[in-house]
Design a protein around this ligand. Structure first.
Ligand code: ZN
Length: 128
């Protein structure tokens, strides 16, 4: 459900963009989905592909999704750490009050905090 309303929001964004640029067709778009967003990429794609058919503007639009690696920052020493294996866990709420149970490789601290990565960004649109 969450993904469907996000897909609808994205399509609304595309309609606004198309109106601004006076274009009639969206060919391709690239979206970045933050690794901490909790968005299920497959559901989002499914929702988008279903909803895009409602309008000639987006009917043939190809959706490309990029998911950057989840980045954390150590609050004690400032080290940046990529913890790929944590993503799934984070989908069900942040354990330890927003921190992970991993150690900082530099100083051993547990106070690792996710850096950004919780949003959905439309960053490239090809139109005609
Ligand atoms: Zn550290």
């Amino acid at each position: 459900m969450h993904e469907l309303s996000l897909a609808q929001g994205l399509l609304d964004q595309l309609h606004t963009l198309a109106a601004e640029h006076k274009v009639e067709r969206i060919i391709r778009l690239t979206v970045t989905i933050g690794p901490f967003s909790g968005i299920v990429v497959d559901s989002f794609t499914f929702g988008f592909d279903a909803l895009k058919l409602d309008n000639p503007l987006t009917r043939e639009a190809v959706l490309e999704i990029e998911v950057p690696q989840p980045l954390y920052r150590c609050l004690d020493c400032g080290e940046s750490i990529v913890l790929e294996q944590e993503v799934h866990e984070l989908d069900f709420g942040l354990p330890y009050g927003g921190f992970t149970n991993k150690d900082c490789p530099a100083c051993g601290s547990h106070r690792l905090s996710p850096v950004g990565g919780d949003e959905l960004i439309l960053h490239q649109v090809e139109m005609e």
